[in-house]
Design a protein around this ligand. Structure first.
Ligand SMILES: NC(=O)c1ccc[n+]([C@@H]2O[C@H](COP(=O)([O-])OP(=O)(O)OC[C@H]3O[C@@H](n4cnc5c(N)ncnc54)[C@H](O)[C@@H]3O)[C@@H](O)[C@H]2O)c1
Length: 265
């Protein structure tokens, strides 16, 4: 969907029952999408969010994005009942695993932040590629470009989300299908609501609203841009990291030490 206009389109948003996904669903409906599908493992909340959308066709779907067969069935159902999917936002995510985490944290983070995007790509992309149009967006995180110092499973798997989105954009970007990778820092959602003031995510500063993320997504879709940075300063942080890795690591160690001091105080 390069130079995207939402008018008349069909959009699916996973993790759409809350936070960023909900803001995207509401914005797409307000921009004139014909059909908006709110897919979430919490089917009741997905239905409630869908019910409030101002579009012609709305559907709340109970969907676990880590279940490949369920993702295939959801794609089949949306395309047969509502119409061809123009925009798939692979957005569901989990805040999992403090520190190095347990094996179960790694397993969950890998399945939600990497395999879920693989399943979505397997089931929805061939249809878009065959039609020569559509847009596939992955919600990663600034943690996937930089790091999130509180949790290794989250940071490492979000790097995986970014890498997969890049791979897909290279492999299929000439097909007429557009690709985007959304990489916010802190956003005020239920995910960050439980974080203390000493959290590394909040310490990074700039807690923004989900509606601001939706603004950034709309602008990027209109421009057909891959990387979506609702916090523009992340581009500079990424440049610094790439430019002098040792200096960047030293700066991050200082920030880590500051946070530890704050925690002990
Ligand atoms: N909030 C932030 O500061 C922030 C920053 C960067 C990236 N992100 C990313 O943005 C995305 C949305 O996060 P949010 O802050 O809106 O969180 P949120 O907790 O408000 O919403 C996440 C939604 O994903 C759903 N979900 C989780 N696992 C699922 C699964 N297996 N199948 C289907 N749905 C599932 C949850 O039920 C929830 O409704 C996530 O990928 C998150 O990692 C968030």
């Amino acid at each position: 969907m390069p130079g995207a206009v939402l008018a008349g389109s069909v959009a699916v948003i996973t993790g759409g029952a809350s936070g960023i996904g909900r803001a995207l669903a509401e914005r797409f409906a307000a921009e004139g999408a014909r059909g908006v599908v709110v897919a979430d493992r919490d089917g009741a909340r997905a239905a409630a969010v869908a019910d409030g959308l101002a579009c012609e066709v709305r559907l709340g779907l109970a969907l676990d994005v880590t279940d490949s067969d369920a993702v295939r069935a959801a794609v089949d159902r949306v395309e047969s009942e509502i119409g061809e999917i123009d925009l798939w936002c692979s957005n569901a995510g989990v805040p999992t695993g403090a520190g190095l985490g347990e094996d179960s944290d790694w397993d969950l983070a890998w399945r939600v932040h990497v395999m879920a995007h693989v399943y979505a790509a397997r089931h929805v992309l061939p249809r878009m590629v065959e039609r020569g149009r559509g847009h596939f967006m992955v919600t990663a995180s600034a943690a996937g470009l930089l790091t999130e110092m509180d949790t290794a499973p989250y940071s490492v798997t979000k790097h995986g989300s970014v890498a997969l989105a890049e791979w897909l954009a290279i492999r299929h970007g000439s097909s007429g299908v557009g690709f985007s990778c959304l990489c916010p820092q802190a956003v005020r959602t239920p995910m960050t609501a439980g974080f203390g003031a000493d959290s590394a995510t909040l310490a990074a500063g700039g807690l923004i609203e989900p509606t601001e993320v939706a603004n950034a997504v709309m602008a990027a879709l209109a421009e057909g841009r891959f990387l979506i940075l609702p916090h523009p300063e992340v581009a500079e942080y990424e440049r610094r990291r790439a430019g002098d890795r040792d200096r960047w690591l030293a700066g991050m160690r200082r920030l880590r030490a500051d946070l530890d001091t704050r925690r002990e105080a």
